[in-house]
Design a protein around this ligand. Structure first.
Ligand code: AMP
Length: 376
């Protein structure tokens, strides 16, 4: 029996726990805010404090990248932490992420870092308009972002950005060229301590108001080869161990990395029903120094996020190929409450099942589902 401590006590730790049980891998979750050690499924408090949590664990890993640096330092010093502090920092700080991508020779959007008002003018000159401006620290799901199309609203945007920089220590803004992409795709893969790599098929992702709403595994060999090359470059440059996700913009068949996530990823949840080994199991295999499991797709699969809802009609449970995964959270508007994996024998049947699912669900809660299903 191996004991893995996960920093963070959300749905990703929960799903690691579910995937770890058959392998005799036990998971405890550490809530970095309350410092409670909790059961990842019931959230029952099992202990208190980082020291106790570390002493009980064989391996420590993370389910999110915004981990306080002092917590990260203590975990790294224990010699048990995987992937690594550098990987977590790259996922949590867009400046470090951009430098990592450049050093690994991986294509990404042109950018400039802004620390003060002069930096904004310099960024406009070097990056050009339109621009997407993102807080370097703490941004996720499209939060902490501005769009600058013309100079008309420059001062108003600067006022908000200056406030954001002042609000937290070591904050800055990363200005990025606006990328005219056709679609967003992501790649999830695992690398273990021997340097073996296993990569899942790409997923095509639909975002609604900056939040992922639908992911569908795709079979596009040319794009897969590009993404695999970039994944390998990033994973090897970090000597990465665990599951890593790369999010891309697809611009006329050329991929640019948008961001990396040093963890299991929402766009990899489809692997629970659609792949031979799911991403949660492969993350645990990697950090526990085991062989990686096959990442082959076993059937056409999409994942539909459940946002702000705590129930679905009974007919959804009855629909062949649908699997509902709840996260056990209290209902809150817009919150990721669960997801539905939808599988079928082939892409045509998948499309039909997604349309049947859309017929059962309230369109206002799942606005992307029907239009996206129709274009499959
Ligand atoms: P992010 O938090 O960086 O993933 O950004 C949230 C969403 O904003 C992305 O999923 C894109 O849809 C969009 N976005 C981010 N960066 C850019 C960019 N440089 N150009 C165009 N759209 C972007």
């Amino acid at each position: 029996m191996k004991h893995v401590l996960v920093l963070g006590a959300g749905q990703l730790a929960r799903m690691m726990s579910l995937a770890g049980a058959p392998l005799n891998i036990k998971i405890s979750a550490f809530d970095v805010h309350s410092e409670n050690i909790v059961h990842p499924l019931t959230l029952e408090v099992l202990g208190q404090g980082l020291e106790q949590a570390i002493s009980q664990a064989d391996v420590i890993t993370a389910e999110f990248e915004h981990i306080p640096l002092d917590v990260l330092a203590v975990c790294e010093a224990s010699g048990k932490f995987l992937p690594s502090t550098d990987a977590i920092k790259a996922g949590g700080d867009r400046r470090i992420e951009k430098a990592l991508l450049d050093n690994a020779g991986v294509k990404n959007a042109k950018y400039a870092v802004i620390n003060e008002r002069n930096g904004l003018d310099a960024a406009i000159a070097s990056v050009g308009l339109p621009m997407v401006l993102k807080s370097a620290l703490g941004g996720y799901d499209g939060k902490g972002q501005w769009r600058l199309k013309t100079l008309d609203n420059l001062e108003q945007i600067w006022t908000e950005m200056a406030q954001c920089i002042a609000d937290s220590n070591n904050q800055a803004i990363v200005a990025e060229e606006f990328v005219p992409f056709q679609r967003e795709v992501s790649l999830v893969g695992a690398r273990n301590q021997h340097g073996d790599i296993a990569i899942y098929p790409l997923a095509e992702n639909v975002h609604t108001d900056g939040v992922l709403t639908l992911s569908t595994a795709i079979d596009e060999p040319e794009l897969q080869a590009q993404a695999t090359q970039m994944f390998t470059a990033v994973a090897e440059s970090l000597d990465y161990v665990g599951v890593l996700a790369l999010e891309f913009f697809d611009v006329n068949g050329q991929l640019l990395v948008n961001e990396i996530a040093p963890r299991v990823h929402n766009s990899g949840h489809w692997t629970q029903q659609g792949a031979d080994t799911c991403q949660f199991e492969n993350h645990l295999r990697a950090v526990c120094n085991m062989p990686l499991g096959s990442t082959d797709a076993v059937r056409a699969t999409s994942m539909v996020n459940i946002l702000g809802e705590d129930s679905v009609p009974d007919a959804v449970y009855a629909l062949a190929g649908c699997h509902v995964h709840w996260y056990g959270k209290e209902k809150r508007a817009g919150r990721k409450m669960g997801h539905i994996n939808v599988s079928a024998a082939n892409q045509r049947d998948l499309k039909a099942t997604l349309i049947q699912l859309a017929d059962l669900l309230d369109e206002s809660a799942y606005p992307a589902l029907r239009p996206a299903a129709k274009t499959l």
